[in-house]
Design a protein around this ligand. Structure first.
Ligand code: M6R
Length: 619
């Protein structure tokens, strides 16, 4: 989703801004731009193409300066078009739409009261050049400006309703950028006599590792070699200076090499054995303390689990519900974060609230977490892939998955490593509650440690999956079936296929087929079936018969020992043997490969599917 980079320096910062945008590209965007303070005025370049094209444009136009801001935009208000791309300039009262004003601004988030502000500012003579909610902020700051940018920003911010991270500079103050956050992430990067802001520490990798994670409501004033952070003191109604810790952060670059792979998604699917091994690296035995100091006390206090997440992370949580209830015997509910945050639910203080997130910055999940806490559920834990993210900072306990940077919008290795983290959580809760014998602990640990090898064996099925993908590429619809623990895996398979191949795909628990979706089954409808050799296998076989009897085409990922054989209308790829409770981690892999190769056969933009963003930092 949108990305911000800004800098105040004595050197030309355009290459740093552009490089920062490139590192944020993976989040998804549909336009980009950069603005600098040059020759006593504001200059900018904007593009609806890639950041590389923006870089070319900026070089051609001779854009170079020591103070500037840059942005990647994921359209919310107004189409992806150059005139809607950030940075936006204020155009003061009575100026024409093309007039260059004195304020330049970039923004992430959504301003909910933009209509009201727009009407007010228009009445004051401000001229709007875009359909964005963002432009009102530039004009509002201009309206309050009387020689001190920080003062103007501090006056404007209380008028905004919604979520934002902004970075602003002014024509009349050449060596100053002011930035602020409320609901969208923003970090300050402290350099040698230069300072930076960015949506993510990763954008500043190689520039500075001295990072301040700004808190909600913080406003930072960046100048050459110094900065101040302030926030509104609700008692006095004035902004007061605050101190924030500077952390040394070794952020990895998002621009990882593709190596022999065609896309990041393919690379990330094949990285899963290593990602799982890394996630298990520090695990020598099961103990609550894997989740942080004090986890034993927290686990003893809680008697239910509430999982909050979105998208793929929601499906890993849905899988974990089966583990938590059957192994740890703890009642578990799983909620879509964007729904939970607005729902009247019945809070129970003895609940462990578990958020799951690859990025750790998903706005809906963070809001759901805060909602749960506001209702008195103080015990919070996150399974997250980014140790420096807002989610980790917000939660009492954490398990950091070690998937490494995930660039492809479609989540793959983050999902399987989340499952590993959630399985460890299940075992730790089971142990605390007296449901994990030493023998069971040893057996589960042995299975976990063997997972990388088991996943590797599944990856070897790729050529067979490619053969199926040619068929799938010609379809417009697909059904996915699973039962029990593998129903969320069917959901995840369907999400992967629709997300990157744009084929309409739905998943059902196989037993639900005859209650409606069977009506969709014809020879044209591929029905992907996840068939582990578990207690529900015979039931699943009956469901498969229901499909065959209606002429449906079954594509079955069957465990080696299921005795399901290929025949007319029944296509089988044989998985390794049944892997017990951890089987979902193996069964999702061929579904990822199927989605990937189908998307390749259809020629879609696999790593950056249309309309989607990697990190969903707005509601
Ligand atoms: O970063 P998060 O795990 O919180 O993201 C949640 C979803 O936006 C994400 O899983 C999304 O569904 C993926 N693109 C699916 O592949």
């Amino acid at each position: 989703m949108c990305g911000i980079v800004g800098a105040v320096s004595q050197r030309n910062i355009v290459p740093i801004l552009v490089e920062g945008l490139k590192r944020l590209e993976y989040r998804g965007y549909d336009s980009c731009g950069v603005a600098v303070h040059q020759d006593g005025g504001l200059r900018r370049a904007r593009s609806t193409s890639r950041v590389a094209e923006l870089q070319h444009q900026a070089e051609q136009d001779g854009i170079a300066a020591g103070t500037g801001i840059a942005h990647t935009r994921w359209a919310t208000h107004g189409a992806p078009a150059v005139h809607n791309a950030h940075p936006h300039f204020s155009a003061g009262p009575n100026a024409g739409a093309d007039a260059v004003g004195r304020i330049a601004l970039v923004h992430n988030g959504i301003i909910e009261n933009h209509d009201e502000l727009r009407a007010e500012l228009k009445a004051r003579g401000y001229v709007f050049a875009s359909q964005t909610d963002t432009e009102v902020i530039a004009h509002l700051i201009d309206h309050h400006y009387s020689g001190d940018l920080l003062d103007a920003v501090q006056q404007a911010l209380p008028r905004l309703k919604g979520a934002y991270a902004v970075a602003v500079f002014c024509r009349d103050e050449p060596h100053r950028v002011v930035a602020a956050r409320e609901g969208s992430p923003l970090v300050l990067g402290v350099g040698e006599s230069e300072n930076f802001v960015a949506s993510d520490a990763m954008a500043l990798a190689g520039v500075t590792d001295q990072i301040v994670y700004l808190e909600e409501g913080d406003v930072v004033d960046l100048q050459l070699g110094r900065y101040w952070i302030s926030r509104l003191d609700t008692t006095s109604g004035r902004f007061i200076t605050v101190q924030r810790e500077v952390k040394t952060v070794h952020a990895h670059s998002g621009a990882a090499e593709l190596g022999p792979y065609r896309h990041y998604m393919q690379k990330e699917i094949f990285e899963q054995p290593v990602a799982i091994a890394n996630t298990l690296d520090a695990v020598t035995g099961i103990s609550p303390e894997l989740f942080g100091d004090g986890a034993w006390r927290v686990f003893k206090e809680v008697d239910k689990v509430l999982i909050l997440a979105c998208g793929t992370s929601y499906y890993s949580g849905s899988t974990a519900k089966y583990w938590l209830e059957s192994i740890a015997k703890i009642p578990t509910s799983v909620e879509i974060a964007s729904e939970y945050r607005y729902r009247d639910s019945v809070p129970d203080p003895k609940t462990l609230v578990v958020t799951i997130s690859q990025s750790g910055e998903t706005a809906d999940t963070i809001a759901a977490l805060k909602h749960a806490r506001a209702q008195g559920m103080k015990h919070t834990l996150t399974i997250c892939n980014v140790s420096t993210s807002a989610m980790v900072r917000e939660c009492e306990l954490a398990y950091i998955t070690r998937a490494g940077a995930e660039i492809g919008v479609a989540s793959t290795k983050a999902f399987t490593t989340q499952l590993v983290g959630l399985f460890l959580l299940t075992l730790a809760l089971a142990q605390t509650r007296g449901h994990l014998s030493d023998e069971a602990e040893a057996r589960h640990l042995k299975d976990l440690r063997h997972l990388p090898v088991a996943v590797q064996a599944v990856l070897a099925l790729e050529p067979q999956v490619i053969a199926w993908s040619e068929e799938f590429a010609r379809k417009e619809n697909a059904l996915f079936l699973g039962r029990g623990l593998h129903y969320p895996i069917a959901l995840e398979g369907a999400l992967k296929l629709k997300e990157i191949s744009y084929i309409h795909a739905e998943a059902y628990p196989a037993g639900e087929l005859k209650h409606g979706p069977l009506a969709l089954v014809t020879a044209e409808m591929p029905v992907v079936t996840v068939a582990p050799n578990d207690a529900l296998l015979e039931k699943l076989k009956s469901n498969m018969q229901e499909v065959r009897a209606r002429g449906g085409q079954l594509y079955v990922f069957a465990d080696g020992d299921t005795a399901i054989e290929s025949e007319a209308g029944l296509h089988v790829i044989r998985m390794p043997e049944h892997y017990g409770a951890l089987s979902p981690i193996l069964h999702v892999v061929p579904l990822q490969l199927l989605a990937y190769h189908t998307a390749c056969a259809r020629g879609t933009d696999v790593d950056k599917p249309r309309n989607l963003a990697k990190s969903v930092t707005v509601e």
